[in-house]
Design a protein around this ligand. Sequence first.
Ligand SMILES: *[C@@H]1O[C@H](CO)[C@@H](O)[C@H](O)[C@H]1NC(C)=O
Ligand SMILES: *[C@@H]1O[C@H](CO)[C@@H](O)[C@H](O)[C@H]1NC(C)=O
Ligand SMILES: *[C@@H]1O[C@H](CO)[C@@H](O)[C@H](O)[C@H]1NC(C)=O
Length: 417
Amino acid sequence: MKVHQVILLLCLSFAAVHSLDNGLANVPPLGWSTWNLFWCNTNCTALPDLCVSEKNIKEIADAMVASGLHKLGYEYVNVDDCYLAKERDPVTQKLLPDPVNFPSGMKNLGDYIHGKGLKYGMYNDVGTHTCGGYPGSKDHYALDIATFKEWGVDYLKMDGCYEELPVYHYDYTDLHEQIDSQNANIVYECSWPAYVMKPNEFDWAYLRSICNTWRTYGDDIRDNWGSVKGIIEYWATEDIAKYSAPGSFHMADFLTTGQGGMTDDEYRTQFNLWSMWSSPIMLSTDLRNMTAATFDIISNAEVIQTVSQDPLVKQATRVRTINGVDVWVKELVQAHNYAVAFVNMNDTESLSATINFADILPNVQNQEFIVRDLWLHQDLSLAAQSFTSQTLAPHQSQLIKIELNLAATKNMRKEVA
Ligand SMILES: *[C@@H]1O[C@H](CO)[C@@H](O)[C@H](O)[C@H]1NC(C)=O
Ligand SMILES: *[C@@H]1O[C@H](CO)[C@@H](O)[C@H](O)[C@H]1NC(C)=O
Ligand SMILES: *[C@@H]1O[C@H](CO)[C@@H](O)[C@H](O)[C@H]1NC(C)=O
Protein backbone atom coordinates (compact mmCIF):
# COMPACT_ATOMS: atom_id res chain seq x y z
CA MET A 1 0.00 0.00 0.00
CA LYS A 2 1.41 3.38 -0.95
CA VAL A 3 1.86 6.12 1.59
CA HIS A 4 -0.83 8.35 0.14
CA GLN A 5 -3.27 5.44 0.24
CA VAL A 6 -2.54 4.96 3.90
CA ILE A 7 -3.08 8.65 4.52
CA LEU A 8 -6.33 8.55 2.58
CA LEU A 9 -7.49 5.57 4.62
CA LEU A 10 -6.54 7.29 7.84
CA CYS A 11 -8.49 10.35 6.76
CA LEU A 12 -11.52 8.26 5.86
CA SER A 13 -11.54 6.38 9.14
CA PHE A 14 -11.10 9.64 10.98
CA ALA A 15 -14.00 11.20 9.07
CA ALA A 16 -16.21 8.21 9.82
CA VAL A 17 -16.10 8.77 13.57
CA HIS A 18 -15.68 12.52 13.62
CA SER A 19 -18.53 14.89 14.34
CA LEU A 20 -20.36 16.52 11.46
CA ASP A 21 -18.07 19.30 10.38
CA ASN A 22 -20.36 21.54 8.36
CA GLY A 23 -19.30 24.62 10.32
CA LEU A 24 -22.79 24.93 11.79
CA ALA A 25 -23.86 24.78 15.44
CA ASN A 26 -20.47 24.77 17.12
CA VAL A 27 -22.33 25.43 20.35
CA PRO A 28 -25.82 24.10 21.13
CA PRO A 29 -28.55 25.90 19.14
CA LEU A 30 -30.95 28.03 21.23
CA GLY A 31 -34.41 28.97 20.08
CA TRP A 32 -38.09 28.21 20.11
CA SER A 33 -40.30 25.59 18.46
CA THR A 34 -44.02 25.55 17.73
CA TRP A 35 -44.56 22.00 18.92
CA ASN A 36 -45.20 22.13 22.66
CA LEU A 37 -47.35 25.26 22.34
CA PHE A 38 -49.31 25.01 19.10
CA TRP A 39 -49.09 21.21 18.77
CA CYS A 40 -51.04 20.15 15.71
CA ASN A 41 -53.75 22.80 16.12
CA THR A 42 -54.62 23.77 12.57
CA ASN A 43 -58.05 25.21 13.23
CA CYS A 44 -57.30 28.91 13.59
CA THR A 45 -60.99 29.71 13.93
CA ALA A 46 -61.18 27.71 17.12
CA LEU A 47 -57.74 28.70 18.48
CA PRO A 48 -56.66 31.92 16.74
CA ASP A 49 -53.67 32.57 19.01
CA LEU A 50 -52.58 28.98 19.49
CA CYS A 51 -52.71 27.44 16.02
CA VAL A 52 -49.83 26.67 13.64
CA SER A 53 -49.99 29.79 11.45
CA GLU A 54 -47.78 32.45 9.93
CA LYS A 55 -49.49 35.09 12.07
CA ASN A 56 -48.61 33.34 15.32
CA ILE A 57 -45.09 32.42 14.28
CA LYS A 58 -44.36 36.00 13.20
CA GLU A 59 -45.64 37.23 16.56
CA ILE A 60 -43.33 34.78 18.34
CA ALA A 61 -40.37 36.06 16.27
CA ASP A 62 -41.33 39.62 17.22
CA ALA A 63 -41.46 38.61 20.89
CA MET A 64 -38.11 36.84 20.75
CA VAL A 65 -36.51 40.12 19.77
CA ALA A 66 -38.67 42.47 21.87
CA SER A 67 -38.18 40.42 25.05
CA GLY A 68 -34.40 40.57 24.72
CA LEU A 69 -34.07 36.78 24.43
CA HIS A 70 -32.41 37.18 21.04
CA LYS A 71 -29.58 39.18 22.60
CA LEU A 72 -28.99 36.33 25.04
CA GLY A 73 -28.43 33.84 22.21
CA TYR A 74 -31.90 32.51 21.32
CA GLU A 75 -32.07 32.74 17.56
CA TYR A 76 -34.00 29.84 16.01
CA VAL A 77 -37.73 30.07 15.32
CA ASN A 78 -38.64 26.52 14.37
CA VAL A 79 -41.82 25.41 12.64
CA ASP A 80 -42.68 21.86 13.72
CA ASP A 81 -45.37 19.56 12.30
CA CYS A 82 -48.77 20.47 10.82
CA TYR A 83 -47.85 23.44 8.63
CA LEU A 84 -48.32 21.62 5.32
CA ALA A 85 -51.21 21.18 2.93
CA LYS A 86 -52.51 17.61 2.88
CA GLU A 87 -51.16 16.97 -0.64
CA ARG A 88 -48.06 17.87 -2.61
CA ASP A 89 -48.36 20.04 -5.72
CA PRO A 90 -49.81 17.59 -8.28
CA VAL A 91 -47.60 18.92 -11.06
CA THR A 92 -44.23 19.73 -9.45
CA GLN A 93 -44.59 17.35 -6.46
CA LYS A 94 -43.32 20.14 -4.23
CA LEU A 95 -44.42 20.46 -0.62
CA LEU A 96 -47.08 23.12 -0.20
CA PRO A 97 -47.94 25.03 2.98
CA ASP A 98 -51.46 24.99 4.39
CA PRO A 99 -53.09 27.70 2.24
CA VAL A 100 -55.37 28.99 4.99
CA ASN A 101 -52.82 29.27 7.80
CA PHE A 102 -49.82 30.25 5.65
CA PRO A 103 -51.35 32.43 2.92
CA SER A 104 -48.05 34.27 2.27
CA GLY A 105 -46.08 31.04 1.91
CA MET A 106 -43.07 29.61 3.68
CA LYS A 107 -40.41 31.68 1.94
CA ASN A 108 -42.20 34.83 3.01
CA LEU A 109 -42.21 33.60 6.61
CA GLY A 110 -38.50 32.83 6.38
CA ASP A 111 -37.80 36.30 5.02
CA TYR A 112 -39.73 37.80 7.91
CA ILE A 113 -37.78 35.79 10.49
CA HIS A 114 -34.46 36.60 8.82
CA GLY A 115 -35.48 40.26 8.71
CA LYS A 116 -35.55 40.19 12.50
CA GLY A 117 -32.00 38.83 12.60
CA LEU A 118 -33.26 35.37 13.57
CA LYS A 119 -32.92 31.93 12.00
CA TYR A 120 -35.63 29.76 10.48
CA GLY A 121 -36.29 26.15 11.41
CA MET A 122 -38.42 23.63 9.53
CA TYR A 123 -39.79 20.14 10.07
CA ASN A 124 -40.46 17.08 7.99
CA ASP A 125 -40.17 13.33 8.20
CA VAL A 126 -38.04 10.68 6.51
CA GLY A 127 -41.11 8.45 6.06
CA THR A 128 -44.16 8.66 3.82
CA HIS A 129 -46.00 10.95 6.26
CA THR A 130 -45.18 13.24 9.13
CA CYS A 131 -46.30 12.13 12.57
CA GLY A 132 -49.33 14.42 12.17
CA GLY A 133 -50.24 12.77 8.85
CA TYR A 134 -48.96 15.40 6.42
CA PRO A 135 -46.83 14.56 3.36
CA GLY A 136 -43.45 13.10 4.43
CA SER A 137 -40.26 13.39 2.44
CA LYS A 138 -39.91 9.73 1.42
CA ASP A 139 -39.00 9.46 -2.29
CA HIS A 140 -38.60 13.25 -2.49
CA TYR A 141 -35.43 13.93 -0.52
CA ALA A 142 -33.61 15.90 -3.23
CA LEU A 143 -36.69 17.92 -4.13
CA ASP A 144 -37.56 18.70 -0.51
CA ILE A 145 -34.06 19.84 0.42
CA ALA A 146 -34.11 22.09 -2.67
CA THR A 147 -37.48 23.43 -1.50
CA PHE A 148 -36.26 24.07 2.04
CA LYS A 149 -33.22 25.81 0.62
CA GLU A 150 -35.51 27.99 -1.49
CA TRP A 151 -37.56 28.85 1.62
CA GLY A 152 -34.37 29.96 3.40
CA VAL A 153 -34.41 27.21 6.02
CA ASP A 154 -31.46 27.22 8.46
CA TYR A 155 -32.41 24.26 10.65
CA LEU A 156 -34.24 21.08 9.73
CA LYS A 157 -35.73 18.54 12.11
CA MET A 158 -36.37 15.24 10.33
CA ASP A 159 -38.77 13.05 12.25
CA GLY A 160 -39.09 9.28 11.87
CA CYS A 161 -42.79 8.38 11.71
CA TYR A 162 -44.19 6.12 8.96
CA GLU A 163 -40.92 4.36 8.22
CA GLU A 164 -39.55 0.84 8.62
CA LEU A 165 -36.86 0.27 11.22
CA PRO A 166 -34.10 -1.11 8.96
CA VAL A 167 -34.33 1.81 6.55
CA TYR A 168 -33.57 4.72 8.90
CA HIS A 169 -29.85 4.33 8.29
CA TYR A 170 -30.26 4.93 4.54
CA ASP A 171 -32.87 7.66 4.92
CA TYR A 172 -30.91 9.84 7.34
CA THR A 173 -27.73 9.30 5.34
CA ASP A 174 -29.41 10.19 2.02
CA LEU A 175 -30.80 13.38 3.49
CA HIS A 176 -27.43 14.33 4.89
CA GLU A 177 -25.93 13.83 1.43
CA GLN A 178 -28.64 15.99 -0.15
CA ILE A 179 -28.07 18.80 2.35
CA ASP A 180 -24.35 18.52 1.78
CA SER A 181 -24.35 18.28 -2.02
CA GLN A 182 -26.88 21.09 -2.41
CA ASN A 183 -24.82 23.32 -0.07
CA ALA A 184 -27.99 24.00 1.84
CA ASN A 185 -26.24 25.25 5.01
CA ILE A 186 -28.82 23.60 7.23
CA VAL A 187 -28.38 22.43 10.81
CA TYR A 188 -29.63 18.87 10.62
CA GLU A 189 -31.60 17.38 13.54
CA CYS A 190 -32.29 13.66 13.27
CA SER A 191 -35.02 11.98 15.32
CA TRP A 192 -33.59 8.57 14.39
CA PRO A 193 -32.32 7.41 17.84
CA ALA A 194 -35.66 8.22 19.46
CA TYR A 195 -37.22 5.54 17.25
CA VAL A 196 -34.75 2.78 18.00
CA MET A 197 -33.95 3.52 21.66
CA LYS A 198 -31.28 0.96 22.38
CA PRO A 199 -28.51 3.31 23.48
CA ASN A 200 -25.94 0.56 23.91
CA GLU A 201 -26.48 -0.82 20.43
CA PHE A 202 -26.73 2.50 18.66
CA ASP A 203 -23.90 3.64 16.40
CA TRP A 204 -23.55 7.14 17.86
CA ALA A 205 -20.21 7.70 16.14
CA TYR A 206 -21.84 7.20 12.74
CA LEU A 207 -24.87 9.28 13.68
CA ARG A 208 -22.77 12.25 14.64
CA SER A 209 -20.84 12.07 11.39
CA ILE A 210 -24.09 12.83 9.50
CA CYS A 211 -26.30 14.79 11.95
CA ASN A 212 -25.70 17.95 14.01
CA THR A 213 -28.15 17.00 16.72
CA TRP A 214 -30.58 14.23 17.51
CA ARG A 215 -33.31 13.34 19.93
CA THR A 216 -31.83 10.97 22.44
CA TYR A 217 -34.72 9.60 24.47
CA GLY A 218 -37.81 7.99 22.99
CA ASP A 219 -40.67 9.37 25.10
CA ASP A 220 -41.75 12.86 24.08
CA ILE A 221 -41.39 15.28 26.96
CA ARG A 222 -44.47 16.21 28.95
CA ASP A 223 -44.74 19.21 31.19
CA ASN A 224 -44.51 17.30 34.46
CA TRP A 225 -41.73 16.20 36.82
CA GLY A 226 -42.20 12.49 36.12
CA SER A 227 -41.42 13.03 32.45
CA VAL A 228 -38.40 15.23 33.17
CA LYS A 229 -37.18 12.75 35.77
CA GLY A 230 -37.27 9.97 33.16
CA ILE A 231 -35.05 12.09 30.91
CA ILE A 232 -32.66 12.88 33.78
CA GLU A 233 -32.30 9.20 34.67
CA TYR A 234 -31.56 8.35 31.05
CA TRP A 235 -28.83 11.00 30.78
CA ALA A 236 -27.42 9.89 34.13
CA THR A 237 -27.15 6.23 33.28
CA GLU A 238 -26.49 5.92 29.53
CA ASP A 239 -22.91 6.12 28.39
CA ILE A 240 -23.43 8.79 25.72
CA ALA A 241 -21.53 11.82 27.04
CA LYS A 242 -18.45 11.24 24.90
CA TYR A 243 -20.33 11.96 21.66
CA SER A 244 -21.02 15.59 22.52
CA ALA A 245 -18.74 17.83 20.43
CA PRO A 246 -18.91 21.07 18.44
CA GLY A 247 -21.56 20.42 15.77
CA SER A 248 -22.86 17.26 17.50
CA PHE A 249 -25.34 17.38 20.34
CA HIS A 250 -27.70 15.01 22.05
CA MET A 251 -31.02 16.83 22.27
CA ALA A 252 -32.98 16.47 25.51
CA ASP A 253 -36.29 17.48 23.89
CA PHE A 254 -38.11 20.81 24.20
CA LEU A 255 -37.85 22.94 27.30
CA THR A 256 -41.27 23.14 28.94
CA THR A 257 -40.62 26.20 31.13
CA GLY A 258 -43.69 28.36 31.51
CA GLN A 259 -46.29 25.78 30.53
CA GLY A 260 -47.63 25.54 34.07
CA GLY A 261 -47.22 21.85 34.89
CA MET A 262 -44.13 22.20 37.10
CA THR A 263 -42.88 24.48 39.87
CA ASP A 264 -40.33 27.21 39.24
CA ASP A 265 -37.75 25.11 41.12
CA GLU A 266 -38.40 22.24 38.71
CA TYR A 267 -38.19 24.52 35.68
CA ARG A 268 -34.91 25.91 36.98
CA THR A 269 -33.59 22.37 37.40
CA GLN A 270 -34.66 21.52 33.85
CA PHE A 271 -32.91 24.61 32.51
CA ASN A 272 -29.76 23.89 34.54
CA LEU A 273 -29.49 20.31 33.31
CA TRP A 274 -30.21 21.07 29.64
CA SER A 275 -27.39 23.61 29.92
CA MET A 276 -25.10 21.16 31.75
CA TRP A 277 -25.70 18.55 29.04
CA SER A 278 -24.92 20.94 26.15
CA SER A 279 -28.36 20.08 24.78
CA PRO A 280 -29.94 22.42 22.27
CA ILE A 281 -32.53 24.50 24.11
CA MET A 282 -35.77 24.93 22.21
CA LEU A 283 -38.30 26.87 24.25
CA SER A 284 -42.00 26.19 23.92
CA THR A 285 -43.45 28.81 26.20
CA ASP A 286 -45.59 31.55 24.67
CA LEU A 287 -43.01 34.32 24.30
CA ARG A 288 -45.80 36.86 23.68
CA ASN A 289 -47.15 36.76 27.22
CA MET A 290 -44.69 34.83 29.39
CA THR A 291 -44.66 35.61 33.08
CA ALA A 292 -41.77 37.39 34.78
CA ALA A 293 -40.89 34.13 36.55
CA THR A 294 -40.61 32.26 33.24
CA PHE A 295 -38.54 35.01 31.69
CA ASP A 296 -36.21 35.06 34.70
CA ILE A 297 -35.47 31.37 34.29
CA ILE A 298 -34.83 31.24 30.55
CA SER A 299 -32.91 34.54 30.51
CA ASN A 300 -30.19 33.73 33.04
CA ALA A 301 -27.30 35.06 30.98
CA GLU A 302 -24.69 33.62 33.30
CA VAL A 303 -26.02 30.08 32.91
CA ILE A 304 -26.39 30.52 29.15
CA GLN A 305 -22.93 31.91 28.57
CA THR A 306 -20.94 30.03 31.17
CA VAL A 307 -22.61 26.65 30.95
CA SER A 308 -24.91 26.07 27.96
CA GLN A 309 -22.77 27.87 25.39
CA ASP A 310 -19.36 26.92 26.75
CA PRO A 311 -17.32 26.22 23.59
CA LEU A 312 -15.86 22.96 24.88
CA VAL A 313 -19.48 21.65 24.79
CA LYS A 314 -18.83 18.78 27.15
CA GLN A 315 -21.83 16.87 28.35
CA ALA A 316 -22.08 16.81 32.15
CA THR A 317 -22.04 13.44 33.84
CA ARG A 318 -23.57 12.48 37.17
CA VAL A 319 -20.54 11.80 39.34
CA ARG A 320 -22.24 11.10 42.67
CA THR A 321 -25.58 10.69 44.33
CA ILE A 322 -25.31 11.74 47.96
CA ASN A 323 -28.41 11.15 50.13
CA GLY A 324 -30.69 11.56 47.15
CA VAL A 325 -28.89 14.63 45.80
CA ASP A 326 -27.40 14.10 42.33
CA VAL A 327 -24.10 15.85 41.65
CA TRP A 328 -23.39 16.63 37.99
CA VAL A 329 -20.06 17.94 36.69
CA LYS A 330 -19.27 19.61 33.37
CA GLU A 331 -15.74 20.54 32.38
CA LEU A 332 -15.54 24.05 30.90
CA VAL A 333 -13.23 25.42 28.24
CA GLN A 334 -11.20 27.57 30.61
CA ALA A 335 -8.57 25.31 32.20
CA HIS A 336 -9.50 24.13 35.71
CA ASN A 337 -13.05 25.49 35.46
CA TYR A 338 -16.08 23.29 36.01
CA ALA A 339 -19.81 23.72 36.36
CA VAL A 340 -21.32 21.66 39.15
CA ALA A 341 -25.05 21.08 39.64
CA PHE A 342 -26.63 19.71 42.80
CA VAL A 343 -30.13 18.33 42.18
CA ASN A 344 -32.38 17.09 44.95
CA MET A 345 -34.16 14.16 43.31
CA ASN A 346 -36.08 13.32 46.49
CA ASP A 347 -39.84 13.90 46.19
CA THR A 348 -40.53 14.80 49.80
CA GLU A 349 -37.50 15.87 51.82
CA SER A 350 -35.34 18.98 51.73
CA LEU A 351 -31.71 17.88 51.50
CA SER A 352 -28.20 19.14 50.97
CA ALA A 353 -24.96 17.46 49.96
CA THR A 354 -21.26 18.04 50.54
CA ILE A 355 -18.50 17.20 48.10
CA ASN A 356 -14.73 17.42 48.31
CA PHE A 357 -13.53 18.67 44.96
CA ALA A 358 -10.57 16.29 45.11
CA ASP A 359 -13.04 13.37 45.12
CA ILE A 360 -14.76 14.35 41.89
CA LEU A 361 -12.06 16.09 39.82
CA PRO A 362 -8.76 14.82 38.46
CA ASN A 363 -5.50 16.00 40.09
CA VAL A 364 -6.69 18.69 42.45
CA GLN A 365 -5.43 17.43 45.82
CA ASN A 366 -5.14 20.27 48.37
CA GLN A 367 -6.07 22.92 45.83
CA GLU A 368 -8.45 25.78 46.40
CA PHE A 369 -11.33 26.91 44.24
CA ILE A 370 -13.33 30.06 43.75
CA VAL A 371 -16.99 29.01 44.03
CA ARG A 372 -19.58 31.09 42.23
CA ASP A 373 -23.35 30.64 42.39
CA LEU A 374 -24.78 31.12 38.89
CA TRP A 375 -28.26 32.09 40.12
CA LEU A 376 -27.21 34.40 42.97
CA HIS A 377 -24.51 35.80 40.63
CA GLN A 378 -22.02 36.01 43.44
CA ASP A 379 -18.86 34.32 44.64
CA LEU A 380 -19.54 32.16 47.68
CA SER A 381 -15.92 31.36 48.48
CA LEU A 382 -12.51 32.25 47.15
CA ALA A 383 -10.64 29.30 48.63
CA ALA A 384 -12.76 26.19 48.95
CA GLN A 385 -11.59 22.59 48.86
CA SER A 386 -15.10 21.33 49.43
CA PHE A 387 -18.62 22.64 49.11
CA THR A 388 -21.92 22.06 50.86
CA SER A 389 -24.94 22.91 48.74
CA GLN A 390 -27.74 25.02 50.10
CA THR A 391 -30.64 23.05 51.55
CA LEU A 392 -32.57 22.09 48.46
CA ALA A 393 -36.33 21.65 48.42
CA PRO A 394 -37.56 18.55 46.55
CA HIS A 395 -36.52 18.83 42.85
CA GLN A 396 -34.65 22.06 43.50
CA SER A 397 -31.10 22.49 42.25
CA GLN A 398 -28.08 24.68 42.83
CA LEU A 399 -25.69 25.46 40.00
CA ILE A 400 -22.18 26.66 40.75
CA LYS A 401 -19.05 27.32 38.76
CA ILE A 402 -15.76 26.41 40.37
CA GLU A 403 -12.46 27.79 39.20
CA LEU A 404 -9.06 26.81 40.50
CA ASN A 405 -7.75 29.74 42.51
CA LEU A 406 -4.32 30.01 40.95
CA ALA A 407 -3.26 32.87 43.23
CA ALA A 408 -4.08 30.83 46.33
CA THR A 409 -2.34 27.80 44.89
CA LYS A 410 0.80 29.86 44.17
CA ASN A 411 0.84 31.25 47.72
CA MET A 412 0.42 27.77 49.09
CA ARG A 413 3.36 26.56 47.03
CA LYS A 414 5.46 29.42 48.42
CA GLU A 415 4.55 28.48 51.96
CA VAL A 416 5.47 24.91 51.27
CA ALA A 417 8.79 25.98 49.74
C1 LIG B 1 -62.94 24.94 13.50
O1 LIG B 1 -63.47 25.43 14.70
C2 LIG B 1 -64.72 26.07 14.54
C3 LIG B 1 -65.08 26.77 15.85
O2 LIG B 1 -64.88 25.94 16.97
C4 LIG B 1 -65.75 25.06 14.06
O3 LIG B 1 -67.00 25.68 13.90
C5 LIG B 1 -65.26 24.48 12.75
O4 LIG B 1 -66.13 23.44 12.33
C6 LIG B 1 -63.86 23.92 12.89
N1 LIG B 1 -63.36 23.58 11.57
C7 LIG B 1 -62.89 22.39 11.28
C8 LIG B 1 -62.39 22.21 9.87
O5 LIG B 1 -62.83 21.49 12.08
C1 LIG C 1 -50.96 33.57 26.83
O1 LIG C 1 -51.90 33.63 25.80
C2 LIG C 1 -52.50 32.39 25.46
C3 LIG C 1 -53.30 32.56 24.20
O2 LIG C 1 -54.15 33.63 24.26
C4 LIG C 1 -53.29 31.88 26.66
O3 LIG C 1 -53.91 30.66 26.36
C5 LIG C 1 -52.34 31.73 27.83
O4 LIG C 1 -53.04 31.32 28.98
C6 LIG C 1 -51.59 33.01 28.10
N1 LIG C 1 -50.54 32.74 29.07
C7 LIG C 1 -50.26 33.52 30.10
C8 LIG C 1 -49.13 33.10 30.99
O5 LIG C 1 -50.89 34.54 30.34
C1 LIG D 1 -36.24 10.40 50.02
O1 LIG D 1 -37.55 10.01 49.75
C2 LIG D 1 -37.99 8.73 50.13
C3 LIG D 1 -39.47 8.67 49.97
O2 LIG D 1 -39.77 8.64 48.61
C4 LIG D 1 -37.50 8.31 51.48
O3 LIG D 1 -37.89 7.00 51.80
C5 LIG D 1 -36.01 8.50 51.54
O4 LIG D 1 -35.43 8.00 52.70
C6 LIG D 1 -35.73 9.98 51.37
N1 LIG D 1 -34.46 10.48 51.82
C7 LIG D 1 -33.21 10.29 51.38
C8 LIG D 1 -32.12 10.97 52.12
O5 LIG D 1 -32.95 9.61 50.40
